[in-house]
Design a protein around this ligand. Structure first.
Ligand SMILES: NC(=O)c1ccc[n+]([C@@H]2O[C@H](COP(=O)([O-])OP(=O)(O)OC[C@H]3O[C@@H](n4cnc5c(N)ncnc54)[C@H](O)[C@@H]3O)[C@@H](O)[C@H]2O)c1
Length: 439
């Protein structure tokens, strides 16, 4: 159980103990303002109405209450879409505890709604680094049986902090590319303590969420931050992975001249064949109007590139961490910095040039707007839900390794997605099956 009094003292700013007349009367949470719950409920309902795939999966499993007596710990972006997953697993019998996977992105109204609904939420927008870590610790203090992470911070805390070594975790799931890489490095060093399913590796996750979801929400975030015309501008997309492909195609659709920079020759060739200009960052830096980093790699736009850029270039990132652009150089070494619009800093360099930085180099599609749209998150979170269930049923026979989502889950999500959209497809005929097997 939680050491409530200690936690209360540490964080007296906003702290609530809810006295529900429910199974337990000491549900705990910490959110910005519980009075926002009504607004958050509307947001949640809007998302749920557009997440039919996930909704259908929850309905299908409801009768069997698969998560009865199980505590599920989440470190995800606290958005209206995540609320549908968290409410869903609670409806399936779980006790649910959650924090946010990014210190800035919590939708406070959604967090308030979840807390008012009996979910232990420790999340508010604009957490300090210390507060962010504290929130993750609170999730672990609830002794969760299975973890769901986005970026790896929750799982890394279990492995790094002695306090949590005794936790009996059956397994975990990971939402994104960056988290998967961090966990694979733990596995390589034989340090991984339980099996992890990388939901990002499911086709029905990365091909849709990373590409179409982040593609669209990046445009949304940039537009809200800058409200300038995309058409005719040179947009430099850094990294042509799943996210980069989505961003490039959406910018092209908006009438931009898209330039791609890459380090992988195959991806670079693909971008070229897809019709985009491909060049090095030092070339692109000179001509780009708008920059979008989506690599998951540190230091892809550095001081030397920034100094070459045109006056009034706009820089932003949609990769998981704020390490892709040298935002420290822009924010700390400029002659002046001022926020000229919400989530848009004007940095006047010592050479007199103005640079604009969106969301201080953090994920612009999460901070300057609301993250990925509900329809794609329904697919990602159906994968999450079915993978959590898979771990619960199979953990005894799973190795302490980073694994792909089982193929049957990926296919099931695709089947559910097509059904939810009312799309029918053909089946192989008997003749086709025997033709296929005749080689
Ligand atoms: N903001 C969001 O909503 C969101 C959603 C999904 C994924 N992500 C994050 O976005 C990042 C990218 O994800 P992805 O699925 O596209 O990964 P990916 O591995 O498919 O693609 C990354 C690409 O970046 C390229 N790259 C690496 N270093 C580079 C450099 N210095 N210059 C140019 N290119 C470089 C790689 O070669 C690769 O092609 C990750 O951090 C991931 O966690 C964010």
């Amino acid at each position: 159980m939680l050491n409530r009094s200690k936690n209360c003292n540490d964080y007296s700013r906003t702290y609530f103990i809810i006295d529900f007349t429910r199974k337990t009367n000491d549900l705990l949470y910490k959110v910005k303002d519980i009075k926002l719950a009504k607004k958050g409920k509307l947001s949640y309902e809007w998302a749920r109405n557009h997440m039919q795939i996930l909704d259908n999966t929850i309905s299908r499993l409801k009768k069997s209450q698969p998560f009865k007596n199980i505590t599920l710990g989440f470190c995800l972006q606290i958005t209206k879409e995540t609320a549908v997953l968290l409410k869903g697993v609670k409806e399936l019998g779980a006790s649910v505890v959650a924090c946010c996977a990014n210190p800035l992105t919590t939708q406070d109204d959604v967090a308030a709604f979840l807390a008012s609904d009996g979910i232990h939420v420790y999340a508010w927008s604009a957490e300090t680094k210390k507060e962010y870590d504290w929130c993750i610790e609170q999730v672990l203090n609830h002794k969760p049986n299975i973890l769901t992470d986005d970026g790896g911070d929750l799982n890394i805390m279990v492995h790094n902090n002695k306090k949590f070594k005794s936790l009996k975790i059956l397994g975990a799931t990971e939402e994104t590319t960056t988290g998967a890489k961090r966990l694979k490095s733990l596995e390589k060093n034989r340090l991984l303590c339980y099996p992890v399913i990388v939901v990002n590796d499911a086709y029905t996750k990365h091909m849709f969420d990373n590409r179409y979801g982040t593609g669209q929400s990046t445009i949304d975030g940039y537009l809200r931050a800058m409200n300038l015309l995309f058409a005719s501008k040179r947009v430099v997309v850094v990294g042509y992975g799943w996210v980069g492909k989505g961003v490039a195609s959406r910018c092209h659709g908006m009438g931009s001249k898209v330039i791609v920079t890459e380090v992988d020759p195959i991806k670079a060739l693909e971008a070229h064949m897809d019709g985009f200009e491909v060049m090095s960052m030092s070339q692109a830096a000179r001509i780009g109007d708008i920059f979008v980093t989506c690599t998951g790699m540190a230091g892809v736009i550095r001081k030397e590139h920034i100094l070459k850029m045109k006056d009034c270039a706009i820089l932003g990132n949609v990769g998981h961490f704020d390490v892709e652009i040298d935002s420290q150089f822009l924010l700390k070494k400029s002659r002046s910095v001022r926020e000229v619009r919400p989530n848009l800093d004007e940095c006047v360099l010592y050479n007199g040039k103005k640079m604009y930085l969106i969301a201080k180099g953090r994920a612009a599609n999460l901070i300057a707007t609301e993250g990925n749209p509900p329809e794609v998150m329904a697919q990602s979170f159906s994968n999450q839900l079915l993978s959590i269930l898979y771990i619960l049923k199979n953990h005894k026979k799973l190795p302490n390794q980073v694994m792909k989502v089982p193929q049957e889950i990926d296919r099931q999500v695709a089947v559910d997605a097509l059904a939810a959209m009312g799309i029918k497809i053909d089946k192989l005929t008997k003749e086709q099956i025997s033709y296929m097997n005749s080689w």
